[in-house]
Design a protein around this ligand. Structure first.
Ligand SMILES: CC(C)(COP(=O)(O)OP(=O)(O)OC[C@H]1O[C@@H](n2cnc3c(N)ncnc32)[C@H](O)[C@@H]1OP(=O)(O)O)[C@@H](O)C(=O)NCCC(=O)NCCS
Length: 388
């Protein structure tokens, strides 16, 4: 122990908090070596194939799969929260196109306490209600941001599922069943991922006993970055720059020779193939011969780039595709614009954030790590007139 200013220099610094456990959780298991992912113990493959986003939200929040009456009740609760306050719709109309969709979505979420009489009720029951509100309203907010480019807000349709209603509000048209099914799968795959940066950020805010809206707003701010939720938009941008499938090899080689990062590859925890990316890849393979040249080109570029990267970095350095790499072409096929990718990611992840914050509050402790000070002390204050 170095007693100078109480700094303990024997303590190792864990840059990026890598390898640090800060709490226990029963929500999600990421097996980064085995390439497995479980929500509340259920393998992601089974949930992606058999479940619905609504059911996964219930599972994450309540810790068990619902029976039929429980699920129906939960779905009715979600439907009851789809509509948006007119001020939020106006905010979206006023600001659309003037800031990134993620900034607008985050701002819209942070004002929702103004329309919730239980906003500051800290009971678990009230927080579960707020979680349902946040899940439903964030999807409507993202759809409204997307539809504002058409200049028209479409009110929700409660005869539709969560994914179908999102597409309906986005396009103003009854959604294609297959596109809604694939969107539902994407929502499930993005719903939760243990203590990733945005979940951790929402927990830091929650640990101060700020409310659920504030905590989710913090999570959204953190998700925006290209090293996290912004990676899918950045990966699609790269695929568009590549343009034609035959340019892929040259582009990837030049990028890697120039030490550039290929967005959608690498992960702090997965040191093998991300199981979510495997599921999306299988869906993407079906789109290679899609009638739209844009979709088939993007799909082929993505699959060629993936093969090259697996050869060059996967097998040698353990850098494998993550969920964000294949998402862009899939969303393009569904009809979702690139600027909506990250807010849509937030709309998928909000049940995970809420489940974690509510769980953490059961044994809350303020999150407050240390930094080792390496600056000077006891400097003499010099009046401004006397400074050089
Ligand atoms: C996600 C990410 C931040 C995890 O990074 P990390 O655990 O901190 O790993 P590091 O940044 O220390 O990278 C380790 C090595 O792999 C390389 N690397 C990591 N991701 C890479 C990528 N996407 N493309 C090329 N090289 C990559 C780094 O350059 C570094 O190489 P070096 O050891 O020769 O310096 C990182 O992989 C990344 O930036 N990926 C792209 C963004 C992305 O897809 N994010 C979504 C994650 S779900």
């Amino acid at each position: 122990m170095n007693d100078w200013m109480g700094e303990d220099e024997s303590q190792e610094i864990h840059k990026g908090l890598e390898g640090i456990y800060f709490t226990e959780s029963k929500i999600c298991k990421v097996d980064g070596q085995g390439g497995r992912l479980y929500y509340r113990g259920y393998p992601i493959e089974a949930l992606a194939l058999k479940s619905s986003f609504e059911e996964v939200c219930y599972l994450l929040l309540y810790g068990k799969l619902p029976n039929k009456p429980e699920l129906n009740n939960f779905i009715s609760g979600m439907k009851g929260e789809r509509s948006l306050p007119k001020e939020v719709i106006n905010l979206i109309k006023e600001t659309s196109g003037r800031a990134h969709a993620m900034d607008i979505a985050r701002t819209a979420i942070s004002i929702l306490p103004a329309y919730d009489k239980n906003a500051y009720d800290a009971s678990e029951e009230a927080n579960m209600g707020k979680a349902v509100k946040l899940i439903s309203k964030l999807a409507s907010i993202v759809a409204a941001i997307g539809s504002s480019s058409r200049g028209r807000y479409t009110a929700p349709d409660n005869s539709l599922s969560h994914a179908e209603n999102f597409l309906y509000m986005l396009t103003g048209k009854k959604p294609d069943k297959e596109k809604a099914r694939l969107l539902d799968t994407m929502l499930i795959l993005h719903a939760e991922h243990s203590s990733n940066a945005s979940t951790f950020s929402s927990l830091v805010t929650g640990s101060t006993l700020a409310d659920l809206y504030a905590s989710v707003t913090a999570g959204m701010a953190t998700l925006k970055g290209p090293l996290h939720g912004g990676a899918d938009e950045a990966a699609l941008k790269m695929m568009k720059e590549i343009g034609e499938p035959e340019n892929t090899e040259r582009y990837i080689n030049e990028a890697l020779n120039g030490k550039a990062r290929i967005m959608g590859f690498g992960h702090r925890v997965y040191k093998t193939y991300d199981p979510r990316a495997k599921i999306i890849k299988a869906e993407l393979e079906l789109l290679q011969n899609d009638a739209s040249k844009e979709v088939s080109n993007l799909t082929r570029i993505a699959l060629t780039a993936e093969q090259l990267m697996v050869e060059k970095l996967g097998k040698t350095k353990g850098i494998w595709p993550n969920i964000d790499f294949f998402a862009g072409p899939v969303y393009t096929w569904i009809g979702i614009a690139p600027e909506l990718f990250t807010p849509l990611f937030a709309a998928s992840r909000v049940p995970g954030w809420c489940a974690h914050i509510i769980e953490y509050w059961r044994s809350n402790r303020l999150l407050r790590p240390l930094e080792r000070y390496t600056g000077q002390v006891d400097l003499e204050y010099i009046e401004i007139e006397d400074r050089e």
